[in-house]
Design a binder for this molecule. Structure first.
Ligand SMILES: [Zn+2]
Ligand SMILES: [Zn+2]
Length: 383
């Protein structure tokens, strides 16, 4: 019998029984129908003969527990719209070998979990594959210096490990999960047709491919248990505030031998009271006096975690001028360093007394003819 037959014929309808009919009910109904349409009782009636054939075919499948289950699975699969039985048809259509699906080592009696999975793995491409562990998100807060230089920080991780009591199956001791009839163990169902088919996690088994009828009391059927571990994580130098770092393979463990997931660490960087950050460069604001700004000079500037540097302030430096101390910034990935950007902040004295006041008044007289706003008014008046 081809897969097409399997999904196109509604054996329940043929017998007129509900989908959840018991074996006895099916047997009883079949006997009644078989008597009614038996060729011996309907000589020469081809319609009755056809009907009798259909009834027998339906009963063949539905009376055999194993075959009935396979039939139900195939139909629910097809009902999801994922398959176009009949093989290599149009572009992008999905060809599915029902023979492969049904030839399997399903059932087979006393199965432990190994049997269930073994059965799954023998059934072609559409079954529970090893599943990659989940990606894990976490956060860490670094001091400004740690972010600039890089740091190794302990991260306490609560991750999901397979439950010990049920070995991750989620099933109560002595029971085994059964193959999800909706997705036939694949964990995914296809929606749409041909080139537009989309694969999405099966809702009935939540993508696990298996359904647990008697949940494990420890993990309540999830098959997973929380475990806390602390690991040392190296945060590279030059990390920025709000940056997300990916640590490959440090996430949750995989299922059924799958790869572990990745760990994503979102880094928060504390502000520094003095230094700021602009990419690879550090910034600092340095107060200078009016005479320093006007006459120029050498100013001493602090650096982050290093000796101070002396910078030449050119004569006539305006407020807000930025000087550059090369190589005194943040460490880059390649080990080189950015610069320290020094912004000059001219300080205006709040209280001037004595000699300073006298000198300042003298300076005002000496510069009385220089109108600092002359250019402003010329421009404002369109001259
Ligand atoms: Zn499923
Ligand atoms: Zn468990």
């Amino acid at each position: 019998m081809s897969g097409k037959d399997y999904v196109e014929k509604d054996y329940y309808k043929v017998l007129g029984v509900p989908k959840d009919a018991s074996a006895t009910e099916i047997k009883k109904t079949y006997r009644k129908l078989a008597r009614e349409f038996h060729p011996d009782a309907n000589k020469g009636d081809t319609k009755a003969e056809e009907r009798f054939k259909d009834i027998s075919e339906a009963y063949d499948v539905l009376s055999d527990e194993k075959r009935r289950k396979e039939y139900d699975e195939a139909r629910s699969l097809f009902a999801n719209g994922g398959f176009r039985p009949g093989g290599p048809g149009g572009t992008g259509s999905y060809s599915f070998d029902f023979g492969d699906l049904f030839s399997g080592s399903q059932g087979g009696g006393q199965g432990g979990l190994g049997d269930v999975f073994g059965g799954l793995f023998n059934r072609g491409g559409r079954q529970a594959q090893p599943r990659r562990g989940a990606d894990v998100e976490t956060e860490v807060t670094l001091s400004f210096e740690e972010a600039v230089d890089g740091a190794t920080v302990p991260l306490r991780m609560t991750s999901q490990a397979p439950c010990r009591l049920c070995n991750g199956t989620g099933a109560k001791a002595g029971t085994t999960p059964r193959v999800c009839p909706t997705c036939v163990g694949s964990g995914t169902v296809s929606r749409g047709q041909g080139a537009f088919a989309l694969s999405e996690p099966c809702r009935d088994c939540r993508g696990r491919g298996m359904i647990v009828d008697d949940p494990c009391p420890d993990c309540h059927g999830s098959g997973r248990a929380s475990s806390a571990r602390t690991m040392q994580v190296r945060i590279p130098a030059g990390v920025q505030d709000a940056q997300r770092i990916r640590l490959k393979g440090k996430g949750a463990q995989g299922e059924r031998g799958g790869q572990p997931g990745d760990l994503y660490v979102t880094v928060h960087v504390d502000a520094h009271p003095v230094f700021g950050r602009k990419g690879d460069n550090l910034t600092v604001s340095v107060p200078v006096t009016f005479p320093e700004a006007a006459l120029g000079g050498t100013i001493e500037v602090p650096t982050l975690n290093g000796p101070s540097v002396k910078l030449k302030l050119p004569p006539g430096s305006a407020n807000g001028l930025t000087l550059r101390a090369r190589g005194k910034g943040a460490t880059r990935k390649d080990g080189t360093r950015g610069d320290l950007l020094v912004t000059v902040e001219v300080v205006v004295p709040q209280h001037v007394t004595g000699d300073a006041l006298a000198a300042l008044e003298q300076y005002r007289e000496a510069t009385a003819s220089d109108d600092p706003r002359a250019a402003l008014f010329r421009a404002a008046n369109g001259a």
